[in-house]
Design a protein around this ligand. Sequence first.
Ligand code: SF4
Ligand code: SF4
Ligand code: SF4
Ligand code: FES
Length: 949
Amino acid sequence: MSLHCHHDRGTPARTSTQHVTLSIDGVPVTVPAGTSVMHAAAEAGIDIPKLCATEQLESFGSCRLCVVQVKNRRGYPASCTTLAEEGMEVTTENDALFRLRRGVMELYISDHPLDCLTCSANGNCELQDQAGRVGLREVRYADGQNHLQEATDTSNPYFAYDPSKCIVCSRCVRACSDIQGTYALTTTERGFDSRIAAAGGEDFMSSECVSCGACVAACPTAALMEKSVIEMGQPQRSVTTTCAYCGVGCSLNAELQGEKVIRMVPDLNGGANHGHACVKGRFAWGYATHADRITTPMIRSSIRDPWREVSWEEAIAHTASELRRLQEKYGAESIGSITSSRCSNEETYLVQKLTRAAFGVNNVDTCARVCHSPTGYGLKQTLGESAGTQDFDSVMQADVIMVIGANPTDGHPVFGSRMKQRLRQGAQLIVADPRAIDLVDTPHVRAAHHLKLLPGTNVALINALAHVVVTEGLVDEDFVVDRCEAEAFNKWRTFIADPRHSPEATASVTGVPADEVRAAARLYATGGNAAIYYGLGVTEHSQGSTMVMGIANLAMATGNIGRPGVGVNPLRGQNNVQGSCDMGSFPHELPGYRHVSDVATRELFESVWGVPLSDEPGLRIPNMFDAAIAGSFKGLYVQGEDIAQSDPNTGHVTRALESLECLVVQDLFLNETAKFAHVFLPGASFLEKDGTFTNAERRISRIRKVMRPLATYADWEVTQMLSNALGYPMNYSHPSEIMDEIARLTPTFHDVSYAKLDRLGSVQWPCNAEHPDGTPTMHVTEFVRGKGRFMLTEYVATEERVNRRFPLLLTTGRILSQYNVGAQTRRTANNAWHPEDILELHPVDAEDRGIRDGDWVGVQSRAGETVLRARISERMQPGVVYTTFHWPGSGANVVTTENSDWATNCPEYKVTAVQLSRVEQPSTWQKQFAQFSEEQMKLLKQEPAGAPV
Ligand code: SF4
Ligand code: SF4
Ligand code: SF4
Ligand code: FES
């Protein structure tokens, strides 16, 4: 039995507005021009046998199983490569066709193992199905040569390639090139010896393969097969859910035996991913049942004490009484919460509700503080809404794509693949990044311009680009007059036209030659639909918010907003960081980005929540840390966020955490923050609960429970129990009821419901009476704030400067195989690709310091010191070094400083002045960290001695 009820029509659907009518086996059918005969037949309900064709890929015509007869035409054309024509009369079944197909099948089968009963694809194999389809019941092995003895390639941790089962249909090769865009596979030789090979290596693992799994999904036999299926057998049921990793929000089908996940298959109907996934969502779900999961609540009175396992009742009662004790002793404002951008909308909503209604304070913040808070601020100021303007599909209509401070092929891989598809179709690419990211030069894609700016100079660059637009007459005057505030625009035009913003004047600051800037600006302004995609390389700066506004200015000035193919698109990092912000996780905003000082909004929430609400913005995360060190902030509830690893200036963070009297951590694992905690409440993975995530395109998608929570409760239930114990009643029986409350209280979510999500699959907010099915493109006829507002964006150099002591700039980023703090991916086989964080540096900087590839290198900044292994790389420019931050012991944040965005406090992770030197051993911090971690792990296993806590 196949779990895939979607019937594969064999070739991609066409969208032409011209139609042709033909007859297939006497059935008339009308299809868009360019549709294959095979696809047209499927539309008419006729299923033509096929092996090498699949709806996800352009046809290739190699197997010849799909032959048909066309009236008044000679021969037997392949229906997958023959286009439907007006008046065509097609026959799909007759004796001649039957014999031809059977002959084809016999050839395949005679060189194929006949162990169907024990084959891992049994019951889900297209070769088996098609053999039955053409009436082949008995086969003999052909005499002479065959491929049955060839060794299986098991080098990839997640899937195997068994050449004996390969029918050389090249679906994998096409999937890797057309869908994924990696071009890792080729067909070797010709004729009989033809087989699949992974390019650039001996086997899959050593090749260029990025383990996205597209080839495995495309393979019609067991030649490419998930190891989990080989080991455990075919899944029995399937539940559609949403990836819990990045902000792309891929829709995945969890295929199961009982409550056991056998594999994750990308959902063809997924609005964000259309059937594609990456190595994380597709394969790296094993953490969810990893032995490190903590499934019993624990408490202790001091972080030097062993943990004591307790019942849920005791843990909740203890937490509530501690938080109340702190409020009585130190004041109401002495406690607060941090919501999780990995948890669901409903859970995030409940944590902020708990904080505002049960704690009675606005001290709630979220990890977006450290990533995209400037996006929220900057886009709200200019466009009126704190979110990206497009859906991902929009990129397929872009003619010019500008990527600023983002690395989509690593950070947002499925969207990165889509962007590459569009670039291969001919869209032009501008990359603004200190480092040569993969997109700059990948198969069939080369950036028209790589603006290799120095870290920290974004605003100078965006101003220079805008200067060219304004001074070379490239402003879209009609758009500006029609859609934007005239006075603000005129002020901006005068400001930006000043010679100090010219490419020539700023070249010495940005390091980008003036003519490159001019050419890029002209391309962006005149190349057709131009879309900007940006990431943390824009936001995590002292001028992060200014840069976001600069981007919005540029898009408005050139009329690149308000239709498909254009727009301003933040690539948001975590799966639900958009959602956590939407749900009111910021200390100054109630759900839907409404300020706590707004009387009408507060009254609305007060009437539904039944308590008075504070009109004073609460503490942001960095303020919480400062207040903790100063002694006025004493209790913190952290759900699913590892601030000890992810926030800058680790030394400062750990001092703050050590100052707390009650740190409550709710998580899957004893993460770095939990090592400073007094209460540990076990969390539930995305597989263990119902809820919704909102991705970077504002798309709300369901997560669905596929197994019971390992620790009994889903996270929203735990928050609810805590609230009840604090005396503020919450009585939701299902997350859908929480969503109903969100919809009632939030205009942009007004028409969202689980019933609607089940019906539509997903929906992009705003979803209300005006847009009942959601909003793929925003600001279409007018901006959310009415008229678009140009903001002045003066470049101010960061205080973090290089000097003789710290002559290099360190910047940070992500890698494909690991995710964020790594708590999840480090507990999967993904470590095979990235077992440690590496420091990349340019050969010149390495030579100056006598550093060789693979050496240990001490990285000193004004904040601290850590040690990383060196990789010498031409991707870097001289003077700039780079690392990732997925391993806690790397201490990337020991060296990052406390500088932050002027408007939002988003830390300036992307610019740290450092010096490097060759060393022989870990840094002092790393040694202390290792020792502290070891002690904490012992306290986890040790039974407490003496009196109970
Ligand atoms: S897993 Fe992805 S990248 Fe690797 S060979 Fe298959 S399609 Fe290509
Ligand atoms: S590995 Fe699978 S998809 Fe690739 S050519 Fe062989 S049978 Fe076709
Ligand atoms: S691209 Fe992002 S959402 Fe999609 S599978 Fe990969 S990690 Fe998950
Ligand atoms: S399905 Fe048409 S040639 Fe293979």
